[in-house]
Design a protein around this ligand. Structure first.
Ligand code: COA
Ligand code: MG
Length: 306
Protein backbone atom coordinates (compact mmCIF):
# COMPACT_ATOMS: atom_id res chain seq x y z
CA UNK A 1 0.00 0.00 0.00
CA UNK A 2 1.46 3.35 -0.98
CA UNK A 3 -1.09 5.62 0.69
CA UNK A 4 0.41 7.80 3.43
CA UNK A 5 -0.47 6.89 7.02
CA UNK A 6 0.72 9.94 8.94
CA UNK A 7 -2.38 10.91 10.92
CA UNK A 8 -5.18 8.62 12.04
CA UNK A 9 -8.26 10.34 13.47
CA UNK A 10 -10.52 8.59 16.00
CA UNK A 11 -14.27 9.14 15.69
CA UNK A 12 -16.74 7.66 18.19
CA UNK A 13 -19.29 5.40 16.50
CA UNK A 14 -22.13 7.05 18.42
CA UNK A 15 -21.39 10.48 16.92
CA UNK A 16 -22.40 10.01 13.27
CA UNK A 17 -22.60 13.79 12.82
CA UNK A 18 -18.79 13.77 13.01
CA UNK A 19 -18.31 11.15 10.26
CA UNK A 20 -18.69 13.51 7.25
CA UNK A 21 -16.37 16.03 8.92
CA UNK A 22 -13.73 13.33 9.40
CA UNK A 23 -14.19 12.16 5.78
CA UNK A 24 -13.73 15.69 4.43
CA UNK A 25 -10.78 16.54 6.69
CA UNK A 26 -7.04 16.12 6.08
CA UNK A 27 -6.41 12.93 8.14
CA UNK A 28 -4.69 10.19 6.08
CA UNK A 29 -6.62 7.55 8.01
CA UNK A 30 -9.87 7.56 9.95
CA UNK A 31 -11.03 4.98 12.43
CA UNK A 32 -14.63 4.76 13.48
CA UNK A 33 -14.75 3.43 17.00
CA UNK A 34 -17.06 0.76 18.41
CA UNK A 35 -14.97 0.17 21.54
CA UNK A 36 -14.10 2.44 24.43
CA UNK A 37 -15.73 5.67 23.21
CA UNK A 38 -19.08 3.82 23.04
CA UNK A 39 -21.02 3.06 26.25
CA UNK A 40 -22.14 -0.54 26.73
CA UNK A 41 -25.83 0.28 26.15
CA UNK A 42 -25.10 1.85 22.74
CA UNK A 43 -22.96 -0.88 21.13
CA UNK A 44 -25.66 -1.94 18.64
CA UNK A 45 -26.51 1.64 17.74
CA UNK A 46 -22.86 2.49 17.08
CA UNK A 47 -22.45 -0.64 14.92
CA UNK A 48 -25.46 0.31 12.81
CA UNK A 49 -24.20 3.90 12.40
CA UNK A 50 -20.80 2.66 11.28
CA UNK A 51 -22.09 0.06 8.81
CA UNK A 52 -24.26 2.73 7.18
CA UNK A 53 -21.37 5.22 7.04
CA UNK A 54 -19.03 2.70 5.40
CA UNK A 55 -21.52 2.35 2.54
CA UNK A 56 -22.85 5.87 2.20
CA UNK A 57 -20.04 8.35 2.89
CA UNK A 58 -17.37 9.17 0.32
CA UNK A 59 -14.12 8.48 2.22
CA UNK A 60 -11.90 9.46 -0.71
CA UNK A 61 -8.46 7.83 -0.65
CA UNK A 62 -8.27 7.60 3.12
CA UNK A 63 -7.27 4.44 4.91
CA UNK A 64 -10.68 3.58 6.39
CA UNK A 65 -10.71 1.54 9.59
CA UNK A 66 -13.18 0.48 12.25
CA UNK A 67 -12.08 -0.39 15.76
CA UNK A 68 -14.13 -3.34 16.99
CA UNK A 69 -14.73 -4.35 20.58
CA UNK A 70 -12.25 -6.56 22.43
CA UNK A 71 -12.23 -10.24 21.53
CA UNK A 72 -13.20 -11.15 25.10
CA UNK A 73 -16.47 -9.19 24.90
CA UNK A 74 -19.89 -10.38 23.67
CA UNK A 75 -19.68 -7.79 20.85
CA UNK A 76 -16.57 -8.53 18.80
CA UNK A 77 -17.85 -11.40 16.64
CA UNK A 78 -21.04 -9.47 15.86
CA UNK A 79 -18.92 -6.44 14.94
CA UNK A 80 -16.88 -8.47 12.45
CA UNK A 81 -19.94 -10.08 10.86
CA UNK A 82 -21.79 -6.78 10.50
CA UNK A 83 -18.79 -4.90 9.08
CA UNK A 84 -17.93 -7.54 6.47
CA UNK A 85 -21.44 -8.73 5.58
CA UNK A 86 -23.22 -5.38 5.59
CA UNK A 87 -20.46 -2.77 5.30
CA UNK A 88 -19.60 -3.27 1.62
CA UNK A 89 -16.14 -3.37 0.07
CA UNK A 90 -14.79 0.04 1.11
CA UNK A 91 -13.55 -0.88 4.60
CA UNK A 92 -9.76 -1.25 4.54
CA UNK A 93 -8.85 -2.32 8.05
CA UNK A 94 -10.44 -3.80 11.16
CA UNK A 95 -8.64 -2.49 14.23
CA UNK A 96 -8.47 -4.99 17.07
CA UNK A 97 -7.99 -3.51 20.54
CA UNK A 98 -6.03 -4.98 23.46
CA UNK A 99 -4.35 -7.74 21.44
CA UNK A 100 -2.42 -9.82 23.96
CA UNK A 101 -1.48 -13.02 22.16
CA UNK A 102 -0.69 -14.08 18.57
CA UNK A 103 -3.46 -16.70 18.77
CA UNK A 104 -6.01 -13.88 18.93
CA UNK A 105 -4.70 -12.59 15.61
CA UNK A 106 -4.91 -16.07 14.11
CA UNK A 107 -8.51 -16.40 15.38
CA UNK A 108 -9.40 -13.02 13.86
CA UNK A 109 -7.88 -14.08 10.54
CA UNK A 110 -9.99 -17.26 10.51
CA UNK A 111 -13.15 -15.41 11.46
CA UNK A 112 -12.61 -12.81 8.74
CA UNK A 113 -11.86 -15.51 6.15
CA UNK A 114 -15.13 -17.30 6.92
CA UNK A 115 -17.27 -14.19 6.98
CA UNK A 116 -15.67 -12.85 3.79
CA UNK A 117 -16.38 -16.12 1.99
CA UNK A 118 -19.99 -16.15 3.19
CA UNK A 119 -20.47 -12.51 2.15
CA UNK A 120 -18.72 -12.93 -1.20
CA UNK A 121 -16.37 -10.08 -0.35
CA UNK A 122 -13.85 -9.65 -3.16
CA UNK A 123 -11.17 -7.78 -1.22
CA UNK A 124 -9.48 -9.14 1.89
CA UNK A 125 -9.84 -6.87 4.90
CA UNK A 126 -6.62 -5.90 6.69
CA UNK A 127 -5.96 -5.91 10.42
CA UNK A 128 -4.62 -3.07 12.57
CA UNK A 129 -3.58 -4.31 16.00
CA UNK A 130 -3.66 -2.09 19.06
CA UNK A 131 -0.87 -2.92 21.51
CA UNK A 132 -2.04 -1.60 24.85
CA UNK A 133 -1.56 -4.26 27.49
CA UNK A 134 1.48 -5.64 29.28
CA UNK A 135 0.81 -9.02 27.61
CA UNK A 136 0.58 -7.46 24.16
CA UNK A 137 3.80 -5.53 24.63
CA UNK A 138 5.60 -8.63 25.91
CA UNK A 139 4.58 -10.67 22.82
CA UNK A 140 4.51 -7.92 20.25
CA UNK A 141 6.95 -9.53 17.79
CA UNK A 142 4.89 -12.73 17.52
CA UNK A 143 1.66 -10.73 17.37
CA UNK A 144 2.92 -8.57 14.48
CA UNK A 145 3.87 -11.65 12.46
CA UNK A 146 0.76 -13.75 13.24
CA UNK A 147 -1.21 -13.10 10.03
CA UNK A 148 -0.56 -11.74 6.52
CA UNK A 149 -3.62 -9.52 7.07
CA UNK A 150 -1.73 -7.39 9.60
CA UNK A 151 -1.02 -3.94 8.14
CA UNK A 152 -0.18 -1.85 11.17
CA UNK A 153 0.53 -1.83 14.90
CA UNK A 154 -0.92 0.99 16.99
CA UNK A 155 0.29 1.94 20.42
CA UNK A 156 -2.63 2.46 22.82
CA UNK A 157 -1.17 4.65 25.50
CA UNK A 158 -4.03 5.11 28.00
CA UNK A 159 -4.77 1.41 28.43
CA UNK A 160 -1.08 0.53 28.36
CA UNK A 161 -0.39 2.90 31.24
CA UNK A 162 -3.15 1.22 33.26
CA UNK A 163 -1.98 -2.28 32.36
CA UNK A 164 1.68 -1.59 33.19
CA UNK A 165 0.88 0.31 36.38
CA UNK A 166 2.51 3.49 35.04
CA UNK A 167 1.87 6.80 36.78
CA UNK A 168 0.95 9.20 34.02
CA UNK A 169 -0.51 12.65 34.21
CA UNK A 170 -2.26 12.64 30.83
CA UNK A 171 -2.67 10.39 27.80
CA UNK A 172 0.63 10.23 25.89
CA UNK A 173 2.16 13.05 27.94
CA UNK A 174 5.27 13.41 30.09
CA UNK A 175 5.52 13.05 33.86
CA UNK A 176 7.67 15.39 35.99
CA UNK A 177 8.43 12.46 38.32
CA UNK A 178 10.27 10.78 35.46
CA UNK A 179 12.93 13.39 34.94
CA UNK A 180 16.62 13.68 34.47
CA UNK A 181 18.93 16.64 34.63
CA UNK A 182 17.90 19.24 32.09
CA UNK A 183 14.28 18.26 31.65
CA UNK A 184 11.62 15.61 31.46
CA UNK A 185 12.30 12.18 30.02
CA UNK A 186 9.76 10.28 27.96
CA UNK A 187 8.15 7.45 29.97
CA UNK A 188 6.65 6.09 26.71
CA UNK A 189 10.05 5.56 25.13
CA UNK A 190 10.35 1.84 25.81
CA UNK A 191 6.87 0.96 24.56
CA UNK A 192 7.10 3.18 21.47
CA UNK A 193 10.53 1.84 20.51
CA UNK A 194 9.48 -1.77 21.15
CA UNK A 195 6.33 -1.53 19.03
CA UNK A 196 8.23 0.19 16.21
CA UNK A 197 10.91 -2.52 16.15
CA UNK A 198 8.29 -5.30 16.07
CA UNK A 199 6.28 -3.59 13.33
CA UNK A 200 9.32 -2.91 11.14
CA UNK A 201 10.57 -6.47 11.63
CA UNK A 202 7.21 -7.77 10.39
CA UNK A 203 7.05 -5.26 7.53
CA UNK A 204 3.96 -3.45 8.87
CA UNK A 205 3.38 0.22 9.75
CA UNK A 206 4.06 1.43 13.31
CA UNK A 207 1.56 4.09 14.42
CA UNK A 208 2.29 6.01 17.61
CA UNK A 209 -0.45 6.53 20.22
CA UNK A 210 -2.53 9.68 20.73
CA UNK A 211 -1.76 12.80 22.75
CA UNK A 212 -4.73 13.43 24.99
CA UNK A 213 -4.42 17.16 25.76
CA UNK A 214 -5.74 18.49 22.46
CA UNK A 215 -5.29 22.12 23.47
CA UNK A 216 -1.54 21.68 24.01
CA UNK A 217 -0.15 22.26 20.50
CA UNK A 218 3.49 22.42 21.60
CA UNK A 219 3.21 19.18 23.59
CA UNK A 220 1.61 17.40 20.62
CA UNK A 221 4.27 18.60 18.21
CA UNK A 222 7.05 17.49 20.54
CA UNK A 223 5.40 14.07 20.99
CA UNK A 224 4.97 13.64 17.22
CA UNK A 225 8.60 14.55 16.61
CA UNK A 226 9.75 12.07 19.25
CA UNK A 227 7.74 9.30 17.59
CA UNK A 228 9.12 10.24 14.18
CA UNK A 229 12.68 10.30 15.50
CA UNK A 230 12.26 6.69 16.65
CA UNK A 231 10.80 5.49 13.33
CA UNK A 232 7.01 5.75 13.70
CA UNK A 233 5.13 6.07 10.41
CA UNK A 234 2.35 8.18 11.90
CA UNK A 235 0.38 9.02 15.02
CA UNK A 236 -3.20 8.73 16.16
CA UNK A 237 -5.26 11.89 16.70
CA UNK A 238 -8.24 12.25 19.04
CA UNK A 239 -9.29 15.70 17.80
CA UNK A 240 -9.32 17.16 14.26
CA UNK A 241 -7.27 20.11 15.53
CA UNK A 242 -4.30 17.72 15.91
CA UNK A 243 -4.23 16.41 12.34
CA UNK A 244 -2.36 19.19 10.50
CA UNK A 245 0.46 19.18 13.04
CA UNK A 246 0.80 15.38 12.86
CA UNK A 247 0.77 15.41 9.05
CA UNK A 248 3.50 18.04 9.06
CA UNK A 249 5.64 16.13 11.57
CA UNK A 250 5.50 12.92 9.51
CA UNK A 251 6.12 14.54 6.11
CA UNK A 252 9.81 14.64 5.21
CA UNK A 253 10.71 18.32 5.02
CA UNK A 254 12.63 19.89 2.12
CA UNK A 255 15.81 20.29 4.13
CA UNK A 256 15.88 16.61 5.11
CA UNK A 257 15.21 15.49 1.54
CA UNK A 258 17.85 17.82 0.10
CA UNK A 259 20.38 16.49 2.61
CA UNK A 260 19.45 12.89 1.72
CA UNK A 261 20.05 13.67 -1.97
CA UNK A 262 23.50 15.12 -1.09
CA UNK A 263 24.31 11.92 0.80
CA UNK A 264 23.34 9.80 -2.20
CA UNK A 265 25.43 11.95 -4.56
CA UNK A 266 28.46 11.79 -2.24
CA UNK A 267 28.18 8.02 -1.92
CA UNK A 268 27.84 7.60 -5.65
CA UNK A 269 31.06 9.55 -6.15
CA UNK A 270 32.79 7.54 -3.43
CA UNK A 271 31.76 4.25 -4.97
CA UNK A 272 32.91 5.38 -8.40
CA UNK A 273 36.28 6.03 -6.76
CA UNK A 274 36.23 2.53 -5.20
CA UNK A 275 35.47 3.57 -1.61
CA UNK A 276 32.60 2.48 0.68
CA UNK A 277 33.09 5.09 3.39
CA UNK A 278 33.51 8.81 2.87
CA UNK A 279 33.25 12.11 4.77
CA UNK A 280 30.54 14.72 4.11
CA UNK A 281 30.56 17.97 6.11
CA UNK A 282 32.96 16.37 8.60
CA UNK A 283 30.75 13.32 9.24
CA UNK A 284 31.13 9.68 8.28
CA UNK A 285 28.96 8.26 5.55
CA UNK A 286 28.92 4.58 4.69
CA UNK A 287 26.68 2.10 2.91
CA UNK A 288 24.11 2.28 5.76
CA UNK A 289 23.80 6.02 5.12
CA UNK A 290 22.65 5.20 1.59
CA UNK A 291 19.80 3.04 2.92
CA UNK A 292 18.55 5.78 5.23
CA UNK A 293 18.84 8.42 2.52
CA UNK A 294 17.17 6.23 -0.10
CA UNK A 295 14.26 5.54 2.26
CA UNK A 296 13.85 9.26 2.92
CA UNK A 297 13.90 10.19 -0.80
CA UNK A 298 11.53 7.34 -1.70
CA UNK A 299 9.10 8.45 1.00
CA UNK A 300 9.21 12.09 -0.15
CA UNK A 301 8.58 11.00 -3.76
CA UNK A 302 5.69 8.77 -2.70
CA UNK A 303 4.11 11.65 -0.82
CA UNK A 304 4.62 14.10 -3.66
CA UNK A 305 2.82 11.64 -5.95
CA UNK A 306 0.08 10.85 -3.38
N1 COA B 1 -13.90 13.74 14.21
C1 COA B 1 -14.43 14.68 13.39
N2 COA B 1 -14.80 15.90 13.84
C2 COA B 1 -14.64 16.16 15.15
C3 COA B 1 -14.08 15.23 16.04
C4 COA B 1 -13.71 13.95 15.52
N3 COA B 1 -13.18 13.02 16.30
N4 COA B 1 -14.03 15.78 17.27
C5 COA B 1 -14.51 17.02 17.16
N5 COA B 1 -14.90 17.27 15.89
C6 COA B 1 -15.45 18.51 15.32
C7 COA B 1 -16.57 19.09 16.17
O1 COA B 1 -17.81 18.58 15.74
C8 COA B 1 -16.45 20.56 15.88
O2 COA B 1 -16.96 20.82 14.58
P1 COA B 1 -17.63 22.24 14.20
O3 COA B 1 -16.49 23.20 14.17
O4 COA B 1 -18.23 21.95 12.86
O5 COA B 1 -18.64 22.51 15.29
C9 COA B 1 -14.93 20.76 15.78
O6 COA B 1 -14.41 19.50 15.39
C10 COA B 1 -14.30 21.20 17.09
O7 COA B 1 -14.64 20.27 18.10
P2 COA B 1 -14.62 20.61 19.68
O8 COA B 1 -15.86 21.35 20.06
O9 COA B 1 -13.30 21.23 19.99
O10 COA B 1 -14.63 19.15 20.29
P3 COA B 1 -15.77 18.41 21.09
O11 COA B 1 -15.83 19.02 22.46
O12 COA B 1 -17.01 18.32 20.27
O13 COA B 1 -15.16 16.94 21.20
C11 COA B 1 -13.76 15.17 21.93
C12 COA B 1 -13.96 16.70 21.87
C13 COA B 1 -12.37 14.86 22.47
C14 COA B 1 -14.82 14.56 22.85
C15 COA B 1 -13.91 14.61 20.49
O14 COA B 1 -12.92 15.23 19.72
C16 COA B 1 -13.80 13.11 20.37
O15 COA B 1 -14.76 12.40 20.66
N6 COA B 1 -12.64 12.58 19.88
C17 COA B 1 -12.45 11.18 19.61
C18 COA B 1 -12.34 10.36 20.88
C19 COA B 1 -12.20 8.90 20.60
O16 COA B 1 -12.68 8.39 19.62
N7 COA B 1 -11.52 8.20 21.51
C20 COA B 1 -11.29 6.81 21.38
C21 COA B 1 -10.11 6.46 20.54
S1 COA B 1 -8.55 6.92 21.23
MG1 MG C 1 -7.55 1.54 24.52
Amino acid sequence: MTRPHRSELAVPGIRPELFPKAAAGPADAVFLDLEDSVPEAQKAEARANVVKALREIDWGRKILAVRINGLDTPHAHRDVIALIEEGGERLDVIMVPKVGDPREVFAMDLLCTGVEAAAGRARRVGLGLVIETAKGLAQVEAIAAASPRVESLHLGVADLAASLGMRTTQIGGLNPDYAGPGGMLDPWHFAVARVIAAARAAGVRPIDGPYGDFRDAAGLEAAARRGRALGAEGKMAIHPGQVASINAAFTPDEREVAQARRVLAAMEEAQAAGRAAVALDGRLLDIASIRQAEAMVAKAERMAGA
